[in-house]
Design a protein around this ligand. Structure first.
Ligand SMILES: NC(=O)c1ccc[n+]([C@@H]2O[C@H](COP(=O)([O-])OP(=O)(O)OC[C@H]3O[C@@H](n4cnc5c(N)ncnc54)[C@H](OP(=O)(O)O)[C@@H]3O)[C@@H](O)[C@H]2O)c1
Length: 286
């Protein structure tokens, strides 16, 4: 299949391109130098020339603090970017796969969220990502929205100064005698390799269009995630939980954002493994 990946040099885009390539798809990887998702003319010109069957949009403005400072820019990239991609995908009869986030929820449920649970975003980033979902649902004739969570991959996370949580923990464990991590946010860390394999599976299964939760199995706090990283890498450090309020949180975020891949499971195509398995594979290659 001929597939365009927008954000091809990003953390997730890099691994999606690799997985599609391995699957022998014809991949056209686009970076910000080729396409600006906020500009309908750019999206239209580039996609109409490429004429793909599927467009995967990983582009996002996702630095939480910057999104609070620049809400219009956040809306342009995260919401209007999805709208523009949806409009042009209709014109060229392509399927749009749009990447969204676990942060659309407020965490009050305290049990894994399924696709029919009502979102309640807590910050600008989450609000604009949810708006992007709504644009895609309202406009695109053929679409998949994938909500992912706590992602880490080998390529630098461009929107977060190159760092993901695993890389940050490895860096801190090399630089410090003690590392302290918060224990009050529960999520599901998910390797971009796992998501990319699931993306290939969804596209090739031709399952019904719609919204899909797409995270690893299981859940943990950031502290438990770091503990697993250090149990595997065994750095010579003291490792402790941070005291409540030790790290100032400038942007509201859900304290619980675990997703259940209910729709993938209902359709018999969930291949996401436990988060610890994805982490082991990732660290083996770091
Ligand atoms: N990181 C996480 O933990 C996490 C969690 C949940 C959901 N997500 C979602 O997962 C997706 C992928 O995240 P990621 O970690 O792979 O991000 P990333 O590494 O920052 O990659 C994002 C890519 O989008 C491109 N991009 C940004 N603005 C653009 C624009 N206006 N037009 C065209 N391209 C643009 C970036 O290029 P430039 O930077 O060069 O402009 C970059 O290649 C995003 O939709 C994000 O919201 C991420």
């Amino acid at each position: 299949m001929k597939i365009v990946v927008i954000g091809a040099d990003g953390q997730l885009g890099t691994d999606i391109c690799e997985a599609l390539d391995k699957n022998k798809d014809e991949v056209i990887g686009l970076t910000i130098e080729h396409i600006e998702v906020t500009d309908i003319d750019s999206v239209s010109n580039v996609l109409k020339e490429a004429r793909p069957e599927v467009v995967i949009n990983t582009a996002a403005f996702h630095d939480l603090e910057k999104c609070e400072d620049e809400p219009l820019r956040a809306f342009e990239v995260n919401a209007l970017g999805g709208r523009n991609a949806a409009m042009v995908c209709n014109d060229i009869n392509a399927v749009l796969m749009h990447i969204s986030t676990d942060y659309v929820f407020d965490g009050e449920k305290r049990a894994p969220y399924i696709e029919t649970d009502k979102p309640m975003p807590l910050n600008v980033y989450a609000n604009t990502k949810l708006s992007g979902e709504y644009f895609v649902e309202a406009i695109a004739k053929k679409f998949y929205i994938l909500r992912v969570s706590g992602i880490y991959g080998k390529a630098p996370c461009i929107g977060k100064k190159g760092m993901n949580f695993v890389k940050l923990m490895l860096k801190l464990s090399r630089e410090r005698d003690e590392v302290r991590v918060v224990d009050n946010e529960i999520l599901t860390p998910t390797s971009t390799v796992e998501i990319s394999n699931q993306v290939v599976k969804i596209i090739n299964s031709h399952v019904e269009y719609g919204l899909y939760h797409c995270t690893a199995e299981g859940s943990c706090s950031w502290y438990e995630f770091a503990k697993e990283i250090f149990d595997i890498t065994k750095p010579d450090i003291r490792f402790n939980k941070a005291a409540p309020g030790e790290f100032a949180v400038k942007v509201n975020r859900p304290e619980y954002s675990v997703l259940e891949n209910k729709c993938l499971k209902d359709r018999g195509i969930n291949i996401m493994r436990h988060w610890k398995e994805g982490l082991r594979d990732y660290l083996a290659k770091e």
